[in-house]
Design a protein. Structure first.
Lengths: 291, 327, 380
């Protein structure tokens, strides 16, 4: 077993894991604060990538300005989505929220197919073909950027949740909505912020990865189901749990894929999720499914 | 007594019309629509049983559909079973899967159940695509043989024409709906509705929620699995597209529009949604966008669907009559 | 007197317009079932463009049998259930003289029994499953015809070529987990077996996979002599980019879409040494192909791909058969199809064997010096 090979797999896995984490953390946050499973989460990732494509191709923006612009845009979209749709769904009607976001996902995904066709769009930038080689391994510099952005986003989210008043309010609502209301926290304002941040992170992931992967309307579909599995494994509503589970999944998928047929990789996320549900339903890191 | 006699008469009339229709419309297209309607009627009826009556949002139906389909196809092509037996076995296999999923995840919560059923459906598709030695993977199993069904009395029925499949599937849809109707109008059905409304209260009255939920899931899985078996023999090919998420989305729209828990509402919306999109000839993308909007609006404004709205009006009228009679 | 003149004038006008009406009445209708929406709608679009171009050219030359041709497209979403529904509807709607394409193998296989029952010829331009030809022609479905060569025969030609350069011994395979990819594996394995060789390894990925870094790391560690790649569409773009990012180092083969490699990667010489087999390439230097590429690009503002060409040529084969049949009766058209001897743009003559399968030339393509070169043609 070639150590360089294994190391390359681990490095690849970390990069993929951070990408999963960006998407899963937002999903987990939204669930924790609103108790809504956002089916349309993958679509915001896709829209972020689409927006990045148009920004780069039609407006000629560079990588960093595109990412910044799309992230801000996605956060605003999150506010709009909350105000228009999610804010009015009551907490008890869990099924309604799933169906609502499913409907939203159908509109966004099929609308994108209709408007943009399924032809894959490749973003060409100055960094597209730049690689960095070290210790016998090769990593595309764009992936390192995505890794950096992911870590920055996680750090920022952590800072917000644990060092600011509003972050504490979010954690409070996530723990017990009624108690939070009793101490004077406005759940609506907190929910709005959670949705904005969650969707913003999805958009950020999309924009960061637009130059790495082909951009097309169905790209969010495969990620979102893995994100569901990740948040169950990590513990529904537990943001750091989601991040750790995401990273672990990324590395495991990479290692397994390096030695076994691809089918084991595809089934890994779902298999692990079912295992966790049977053995430790509250998720590996607790504060899991509320009965 | 009066209204149930009326219902029975209406039902018999409907069945008669469905069976007589091909005599007047000798078009293969109408038959194809009929087959599609019958299949989706069973799918949405079964989903209605689980979601509408028992309150469990399940995404697993399409998994049961495909499981029954593949089981039936494989038993006939690999093991030379008769089509009756193979399709029935497909239904049993789907029911067993439903039991397993239900038992493991219903003890947790409705959140877990929803996500597990979703993953089950996805896992089914992954297995169908990857386990090539069993399912022939993405290439599917084409050329399914013409079913020859042994009928009571020694005769045999060769389903070589679309007309045959029309009769078979409409017949099966009627049977399935009869079963569902019997269940939902019995004590079991009332218990399911009680559990949907307030589980703790139902439990305190001595009802066993888990048993009833499992019954709903298993029965709906069986019915759906059998429908899957017949459907792929009609297509003469089974491939992983039988697990397409598109079926889930369509079933859900039919149930939501018709009204979860409304037997006739769901049937009606199924009929409308089978026929109208083909008439309008929208491209599929726009149709799905429209369905998405309908879903969103239904969830925001009209969660009971058409059936629920009609029910509310009926209650309002009854209330008005009751208060009037008191004065 | 004036009234008579007016009446005569009106009469003449009426006769003339009546004649011209009769001339342009009742166009010949062809039905096409392709994936207009869904995951492979790009291919459906190109199939549509190819057939439309052929029909437009035929109409500009006066039509067939003095009548205009029209072609109607119905969506089958690459899905047998949709295909059965839409083709049944098409056949019931209107009198089509033939049904075209299917494009996806599972859709085509589901359509085959329908056309047999309706007794309308079905001519396939793009589907890859070997089962189609196996079930057609003598002793099978007499109404189905397949123009594009099977993957097995193309890969046979490729392996023969690679054997000449002594490169066939250590080939690793990476392909999409569909009809297309699986046909690639079985075709390669069958072709290699004839020379007592086998594939070094087989890996599949799910269509729509974004990330190939893991499997590429694994393959590079394995160090095969060649990597056979069976990827299309978005997956191909992702794979090539990530292959570049991973450092490459192993020449590619199989059915590499050499005409869709990003320009920068092509020009950098990174993919030099690639040897690929395809039924067609836009860079083929023949007057017929140049004319086709020019006409296509002018009409649709984009270069044709394999699918567009196959549809174009297959439509022309169909139109030729209608002309030779001298009638629009489906049975006559079918008989005319069996006797086809159509000159292909690839320089060969298209004829159908007893399984209603044509054996057109395949093109062996290479990337040398940063450019696509046609290395040779091979009979399939």
């Amino acid at each position: 077993m070639d150590p360089t090979f294994v190391l390359q797999l681990v490095v690849n896995g970390i990069v993929i894991g951070v990408i999963y984490a960006l998407i899963a953390m937002g999903l987990s946050l939204i669930f924790g604060v609103l108790e809504i499973v956002n089916f349309a989460h993958g679509e915001f990732y896709m829209l972020g990538a689409m927006a990045a494509y148009f920004a780069t191709t039609d407006l000629g923006l560079g990588y960093w300005s595109t990412v910044a612009l799309v992230t801000v845009g996605a956060t605003c979209v999150g506010v709009v989505v909350f105000e228009a749709l999610l804010g009015s769904v009551r907490r008890e009607s869990f099924e309604r929220s799933i169906l609502l976001t499913l409907g939203l996902s159908m509109v966004l995904q099929n609308g994108a197919v209709f408007l943009f066709t399924t032809t894959p769009k490749m973003v060409q930038g100055s960094y597209t073909y730049t690689n960095i080689g070290f210790a016998g391994m090769q990593v595309s510099v764009l992936r390192l950027f995505a890794l950096g952005l992911g870590l920055a986003a996680f750090a920022a989210l952590y800072a917000i949740l644990y060092r600011t008043q509003v972050g504490r309010a979010m954690r409070g609502v996530s723990q017990s909505r009624d108690a939070a209301v009793m101490v004077g926290i406005d759940p609506r304002a907190v929910s709005r912020l959670a949705v904005a941040i969650g969707i913003g992170m999805s958009g950020l992931a999309g924009a960061a990865l637009a130059p790495v992967y082909a951009v097309h309307p169905l790209m969010g579909f495969s990620f979102v189901f893995k994100a569901f599995a990740i948040i169950i494994i990590g513990g529904l509503g537990n943001v750091s749990g989601a991040a750790i589970a995401a990273l672990a999944l990324g590395v495991l998928e990479s290692l397994i894929g390096g030695f076994l047929p691809q089918v084991f990789v595809d089934g890994l996320a779902f298999g692990a999720m079912i295992l966790v549900l049977l053995v430790r339903p509250q998720g590996l890191f607790g504060r899991g499914v509320r009965v | 007594m009066r209204s149930s006699a009326r219902t029975t008469l209406a039902a018999i009339a409907l069945v008669a019309v469905l069976f007589a229709a091909p005599q007047f419309y000798r078009s293969e297209y109408v038959l194809a629509l009929g087959v599609s309607f019958a299949t989706f009627a069973v799918l949405s009826g079964a989903l209605n049983l689980v979601y509408g009556y028992t309150g469990l949002l399940s995404f697993a139906q399409v998994g049961f559909f495909g499981l029954g389909a593949y089981a039936a196809a494989l038993l006939v092509t690999e093991r030379d079973w008769s089509t009756w037996a193979a399709v029935a076995a497909g239904g049993v296999l789907a029911a067993a899967a439903g039991l397993a999923i239900g038992y493991s995840s219903l003890r947790l919560s409705r959140h877990a159940f929803a996500i597990v059923t979703l993953s089950f459906a996805l896992l089914c598709m992954i297995v169908a695509r990857d386990w090539v030695t069993l399912t022939r993977g993405a290439m599917g199993i084409p050329g399914l043989p013409v079913p020859v069904l042994g009928l009571p009395g020694g005769a045999s029925w060769r389903l070589a024409k679309p007309l045959d499949f029309y009769y078979l599937l409409i017949g099966y849809a009627v049977l399935a709906h009869a079963v569902i109707y019997l269940v939902v109008s019995s004590r079991i059905g009332r218990a399911m509705r009680a559990i949907k409304l307030n589980e703790e209260l139902a439990q305190s009255q001595g009802l066993d929620p888990l048993a009833h939920k499992l019954l709903a899931v298993t029965l709906s899985a069986f019915l759906t699995g059998v429908a899957g078996g017949w459907f792929v023999f009609y297509l003469t090919i089974v491939d992983p597209s039988v697990f397409d998420f598109y079926y889930t989305e369509t079933m859900l729209i039919m149930v939501i529009l018709g009204g979860p828990g409304s037997f006739w509402g769901v049937l009606a919306s199924c009929a409308v949604l089978t026929v109208v999109p083909d008439l309008l000839r929208f491209t599929t993308d726009l149709r799905m966008v429209l369905y998405g909007f309908v879903l969103i609006i239904a969830m925001l404004v009209l969660p009971g669907g058409l059936g629920g709205w009609l029910e509310r009006r009926r209650l309002a009228r009854w209330r008005k009559a009751a208060t009037r009679s008191r004065t | 007197m004036r009234k008579l003149h007016t009446a005569f004038g009106a009469f003449l006008l009426g006769v003339l317009s009546g004649l011209s009406n009769a001339q342009s009445s009742a166009p010949i209708s062809i039905g096409s079932s392709i994936p207009l929406t869904g995951g492979v709608s790009t291919f459906g679009q190109h199939s549509r463009w190819g057939s439309e171009l052929a029909v437009a050219e035929a109409n500009a030359a006066g039509g067939i049998l003095g009548r205009k041709i029209e072609i109607d497209f119905q969506d089958n979403r690459c899905n047998p259930a949709e295909a059965v529904k839409s083709v049944t509807q098409m056949i019931a709607d209107k009198k089509y003289v033939a049904i075209f394409d299917g494009l996806c193998s599972s859709a085509a296989l589901a359509i085959m029994p329908l056309v047999e029952r309706a007794e309308i010829p079905f001519i396939i331009a793009n589907a890859s499953a070997t089962a189609i030809a196996e079930k057609s022609g003598v002793g099978g479905n007499k109404w189905t015809f397949k123009v594009n060569p099977t993957d097995a025969s193309m890969l046979d030609a490729l392996v023969t070529w690679l054997m000449k350069e002594n490169k066939a011994a250590n080939i690793a395979f990476l392909g999409e987990d569909t009809d297309f990819g699986r046909a690639g594996v079985s075709g390669l394995q069958a072709a290699l077996k004839k020379h007592n060789l086998a594939l070094a390894s087989v890996d599949f990925y799910q269509k729509g996979t974004a990330d190939f870094t893991t499997v590429f790391a694994k393959l590079r560690a394995q160090k095969p002599a060649l990597l056979a790649l069976y990827a299309i569409d978005a997956d191909f773009q992702n794979a090539i980019r990530q292959w570049y990012g991973a450092g490459g180092g192993i020449p590619l083969t199989g059915r590499v879409l050499v005409d869709q490699v990003p320009k920068e990667i092509m020009a950098s010489g990174f993919l030099d040494g690639t040897t690929s087999v395809q039924p067609y390439d836009p860079s083929i230097d023949s007057p017929g192909n140049k004319a086709f590429v020019e006409a296509f690009t002018k009409k649709y503002n984009t270069a044709p791909i394999l699918i567009s060409f196959e549809s174009y040529e297959t439509t022309r084969v169909l139109l030729d058969a209608i002309k030779r049949a001298g009638s629009v009766q489906p049975a006559a058209i079918r008989d005319a199809l069996t006797k086809t001897k159509f000159p292909s743009i690839l320089g060969n003559t298209i004829e159908f064997d007893q399984n209603n399968l044509a054996h057109n030339n395949a093109v062996i393509l290479g990337i040398r010096g940063g450019k696509v070169v046609v290395l040779g043609f091979s009979k399939t």
